[in-house]
Each structure stands twice: as structure tokens, then as C-alpha cells.
Design a protein. Structure first.
Length: 291
């Protein structure tokens, strides 16, 4: 178990024994006044740890691995006062970002996530078959299956470690999620459509995969969707927003959304967000007449 600031049980036990030793040593070899000072410090330390546990919670480290020179952790965060805020994370150490978090974390407004806007966009829809490109820990796929919004979800993830972790710690057996190791840009080599919904969520750290602007990729998406099928693209903090729009508007009219700091592009229109919602419908871009 680790506190949010990194203190683990081993450190806590070491400090606990150290304080007890100082208190006993002071009481035996010096005087009780000095021992009481250490008792006060010890009580303050215990109170601080208890406060951390109750207010901020703790996390359990499930696994760790070196991926291309970066140390990644698989962690389960727990906030005892509000279990709905517990969440799972696969992320680089010393990073505020993440590769995968569970749907339960969506209520924390401090985080830059886009799962909750997908709930809004798809809340009245059912998709027979979904394809997710860039699956990480399969949090998104689990949302659609667990909420009975789809019968089957195919997920393509390029990182074998992510897949191993997802299967070991997150996914239940026989849950109709098909997790595939492969390049999402070449999804047509791994799966067969048609799909009712395709979600493009491919990132390298915080940079989205520029391959999503390839004409061949866009054409494959178009050919793999059913008629009137939906696509949703997570651009994150994309600075190449205009480039992406110019490419994709040849395929379909586009609706642009802002989810906190994330840009979302889709061919699905939804403009009924509440006034205080962290999500906004920004603009509609008509289909380009250029071929």
C-alpha cells in the first residue's frame, strides 16, 4: 500500500519503529520531558498518515515495467471516504498523465479525461459491434459492455505490456471484449467489420498518432462503418486540429466538442449539454466538396 505522496508500508513501519525506539531511549537514558516531545511528534505523524488515508486515500501497486525507457506502474487507487472515486491507472511514474483509467474516475473534475463525454454522446444509443483503436487497459471497452450498450467490442492495442496487464488485472473472462495486439492504423488486417461505432484513441504519450490523417486510414474507417455508423476521434490537446479537420471533412460533416481540455471530433451531433457541464459543443464543419 502507498499513500498518494509515495509513502509505503515499509517506510511507515520503519519510521514507526524508529519513533518508538527514540521514545524508549529518551525515557530510559534522559528524562521523561524529552520522551514526551518525541511522543508528541509521533502522534502528529500518525495523525498525518491517518489524514492522508481518510482524505486522499492510497494506492496498491499491482505491477511495474520498463517500456521503451519509461517506468510504468499499474495501480489501483482507493479513496475510503468515497469508493466511487476509486480508480485504476496504467501510467508512467512521475507523470500526471495516464494510459488507462477506469470509468469510476470520471467524477473527479480535476482530471483531463473524455470518457464522460462519450457517455453523453452515446447515452441513448446501442451499438451491435464496436471497434476501439488504442485500447490500453480496456476501460472504455468495459464501459460499453458493462452498461449493455454493445454486444461485442474489438480493441486493438499496439503495446503488448498493456495487453498483458489488462488481461491479468482488469478484464473478466467471457465479457465479449476481444483484445488484439496490433497497429491500429492497420486495423483492417486484424478485424472484419462492419462496425456501428469506431473510436480512434491512439496516442504516444500525449501526442496523437498522426497516421489518423492518412487518406488510406480514413478510407478504411469509412468502408468498415455500417451505413450511418458513428466515429469518434479523441485528439487530446491536439495542436494539429485544423490538419485533422481538413482531412476528415472530406469523409463526413464534423461536430467538434471540447471536453475540459480534450478536443473530440465526431460525425454524431449532440448539443444538449447542461449549462454547468465541463463539455461543450463547439462548432459544426460541413463536408468538404473537394475530393
Amino acid at each position: 500500500m502507498y499513500l498518494k505522496n509515495g509513502l509505503n508500508l515499509k517506510q511507515f513501519f520503519t519510521r514507526f519503529c524508529l519513533f518508538l525506539s527514540l521514545i524508549l531511549f529518551s525515557d530510559i537514558y534522559f528524562n521523561r520531558s524529552i520522551a514526551l516531545i518525541f511522543v508528541g511528534i509521533f502522534i502528529s505523524y500518525i495523525a498525518w498518515v491517518a489524514h492522508q488515508l481518510i482524505i486522499d486515500g492510497f494506492y496498491i501497486l499491482l505491477a511495474t515495467s520498463n517500456i521503451e525507457g519509461k517506468i510504468y506502474h499499474v495501480r489501483s487507487f482507493i479513496k475510503p471516504r468515497d469508493l466511487k472515486k476509486s480508480y485504476r491507472e496504467i501510467s508512467p511514474i512521475n507523470s500526471s498523465g495516464c494510459s488507462s483509467r477506469s470509468p469510476l474516475f470520471k467524477k473527479d473534475k480535476k482530471e483531463i479525461l473524455y470518457l464522460d463525454i462519450l457517455e453523453f454522446l452515446t447515452k441513448n444509443l446501442f451499438f451491435e459491434k464496436i471497434l476501439i483503436l488504442g485500447g490500453a487497459g480496456c476501460s472504455l471497452a468495459e464501459y460499453f459492455i458493462n452498461n449493455k450498450k454493445s454486444r461485442k467490442v474489438d480493441v486493438i492495442e499496439c503495446n503488448s505490456t498493456m495487453i498483458a496487464w489488462a488481461k491479468k488485472y482488469y478484464l473478466k473472462e467471457d465479457n465479449n471484449i476481444n483484445l488484439i495486439l496490433g497497429d491500429g492504423l492497420k486495423f483492417h488486417n486484424f478485424v472484419a467489420g462492419p462496425y456501428d461505432l469506431i473510436i480512434v484513441d491512439m496516442f504516444n504519450d500525449y501526442k496523437f498518432n498522426r497516421g489518423i490523417m492518412r487518406d488510406s486510414f480514413i478510407k478504411n474507417i469509412k468502408n468498415t462503418l455500417v451505413k450511418d455508423g458513428v466515429f469518434i476521434i479523441n485528439l487530446g490537446l491536439a495542436v494539429q486540429f485544423e490538419e485533422v479537420v481538413k482531412k476528415w471533412q472530406k469523409f463526413s460533416p464534423l461536430y467538434i466538442y471540447l471536453s475540459r481540455a480534450n478536443l473530440i471530433i465526431s460525425n454524431l451531433k449532440f448539443d444538449a449539454f447542461e449549462f454547468n457541464s465541463p463539455h461543450r459543443f463547439l462548432l459544426e464543419i460541413p463536408r468538404s466538396s473537394k475530393k
